[in-house]
Design a protein around this ligand. Structure first.
Ligand code: AMP
Ligand code: MG
Length: 534
């Protein structure tokens, strides 16, 4: 048997989305309203000179793909310049609520799926190119993506995977050799930037919005067909689709969404644009745009400059927004179920499941098992969050240093304040005496609670280190990798890829990538704030 994995352009695609759902195949790429279908067949628009910048080795191994050379047929395929016999490229039709308002048709305006590959374990994975040219859903835009936003999506989706957060994956980052013009600051100053294409990977990229557009246009047969497709392929354990199964399916989407949001909150991830077209029905983090990582713990923080006014998608809003988004999905599913009230169970499940998951994850971050009553630990957690929000303390550093300090807090009560002060010093950007006093009050609740744990101090520390990452994709680190890549230096990107594969490991040789955000990055565009321009 030939065990050499194929190159990407030699891989055998199958096309369940195209073959089983309804599409239009005119290949007319002019922007327009599309009705009556789930997708439009499309053709990528070739780019000048594709060159591989990054490749996700582990994902490729899982998919059974060989690493391509920097240039050549495989990279041509990853850039959309070569469409192979088994690919049937399509752009999905979807709508969505943007910032709370119904926006009508959106759709894959610059993403196109090539088809699905079968991984080594027999599971099926859709491969989607982002930035491969216009589709009927491109509206007034060009269907392209710039290097900075593509690199951010590539790095972050892989980083999230290794952190244990459900996410779409990224296989490759390819420079196009073309320039793309963007007004990065929305200040009337468009500039040419290098273009790039990410090949992203997920079992499916179906979003809440795929259902919404069908319900909004009264295409109930198409709505049911999409639900049946998603359930058969991705929720087969629920059984043959039908009204009762639609209800159970919505509950499962709610459950997965709760899992995802709880994990975002636990690692300090802010998506930035939680529109309903950016919500995966698989509960995967999807569409990495102006996302960011909390540095100072602040529930009001968002990196997205477009959202500075209302802060709808700020860190602390994410749990509520996901619930609102689920409500919009439920509304789209109403035509499929005899009693719409039954969909309420999914919304309630989201709320209870999110609370339970957040409590469990935060207990782990604090080295606590469930031996105290939930209300007691929840009160401890709430007061920590309040104290952190009231000062300027780096979330990631705080929890990581607290993990290291745990054995001392457990075994040497007399030194607990001194040891905790070191944690604060390591994590604080600034701290007044009053703010420190509030945190020490919290310590006076936490330390005795920690000492009620029965596990050995070292075991508690090990557990905490596995729950509190040392390395996250700090906004300024991504920005430094982008600036280097834009002038041809991929070393920073490669180093981040390497380090972020083991975010919970010490990796002392990479300490500087776990450092506090430097002062210069505090308000710098790209490092602290991001526009949607991408
Ligand atoms: P996003 O804010 O990235 O989720 O995108 C919202 C909508 O705009 C989606 O329908 C995208 O496909 C579309 N879109 C964003 N950027 C572009 C672009 N450069 N060209 C075409 N469509 C785009
Ligand atoms: Mg989107």
């Amino acid at each position: 048997m030939n065990t050499h994995p194929p190159q990407f352009d030699q891989a055998a695609f199958h096309n369940s989305f195209v073959d089983e759902l309804r599409g239009e195949d005119s290949l007319d790429l002019r922007p327009r309203q599309v009705a009556g279908v789930h997708y439009s067949r499309v053709q990528p628009t070739p780019v000048r000179q594709p060159r591989l910048l990054a490749w996700s080795e582990e994902l490729a191994d899982f998919l059974g793909l060989a690493r391509p050379d920097e240039q050549g047929p495989a990279v041509e395929a990853l850039a959309g310049n070569r469409v192979t016999d088994t690919m049937k490229p399509f752009a999905a039709r979807y709508g969505g609520h943007q910032f709370g308002n119904w926006a009508g048709q959106l759709g894959d305006g610059r993403a196109m799926s090539l088809g699905e590959l079968t991984a080594r374990d027999g599971t099926s994975w859709e491969i989607q190119l982002k930035g491969a040219g216009p589709t009927p859903y491109s509206r007034r835009a060009d269907g392209r993506a710039v290097l900075r936003s593509s690199l951010r999506e590539f790095l972050c989706s892989e980083a999230m995977h290794y952190l244990g957060v459900p996410t779409t994956r990224a296989l490759s980052l390819v420079a196009t050799g073309d320039v793309v013009v963007r007004d990065m600051f929305y200040n009337g100053n468009p500039q040419p930037e290098p273009g790039a294409i990410v090949a992203r990977v997920a079992p499916t990229f179906v979003r809440f919005g795929n259902f919404q557009i069908l319900a909004a246009s009264g295409e109930i047969d198409n709505l049911r067909a999409l639900a049946d497709y998603v359930i058969r392929h991705h929720f087969a354990e629920l059984g043959e689709p039908g009204p009762a199964v639609y209800v159970r399916w919505f509950e499962e989407v709610s459950r997965r969404t709760a899992r995802m949001i709880a994990r975002w909150m636990a690692v300090g991830f802010v998506h930035g644009v939680m529109n309903t077209d950016n919500m995966s029905v698989l509960g995967l983090t999807i569409d990495y745009g102006p996302y960011g990582w909390l540095e100072p713990y602040d529930p009001d923080w968002t990196p997205n400059t477009t959202d500075f006014g209302t802060r709808r998608y700020a860190y602390g809003q994410q749990p509520q927004v996901a619930l609102w988004n689920l409500l919009q999905l439920a509304r789209a599913l109403v035509p499929l179920v005899p009693d719409p009230q039954e969909l309420r169970a999914g919304l309630d499940l989201y709320t209870s499941m999110l609370a339970a998951e957040q409590l469990q994850l935060t207990r782990r971050k604090l080295g606590l098992s469930a031996l105290a009553p939930d209300e007691e630990d929840q009160a401890l957690i709430d007061s920590l969050h309040e104290a952190l929000a009231a000062s300027e303390i780096d979330m990631t550093l705080f929890f990581r240093h607290l993990s290291q300090a745990a054995p001392a807090l457990l075994t040497a009560p007399a030194e607990q304040e001194a040891r905790f002060r070191e944690v604060l010093t390591a994590a604080a950007y600034s701290m007044t005496a009053d703010e420190e006093a509030v945190l020490l009050q919290w310590l006076a609740q936490y330390a005795p609670r920690l000492r009620r744990e029965t596990r050995a101090p070292e075991a508690i520390r090990t557990d905490m280190l596995a729950a509190n990452p040392k390395y996250v994709l700090r906004n300024y680190l991504a920005q430094l990798a982008i600036e280097a890549a834009e002038v041809g230096d991929l070393s920073k990107l490669n180093r981040l890829m390497e380090v972020l594969r083991n975010p919970y490991d010490e990796q002392p040789e990479h300490d500087e990538l776990a450092a506090k955000r430097p002062d210069w990055a505090r308000d710098k565009p790209g490092s602290a704030t991001l526009s949607c321009s991408s």
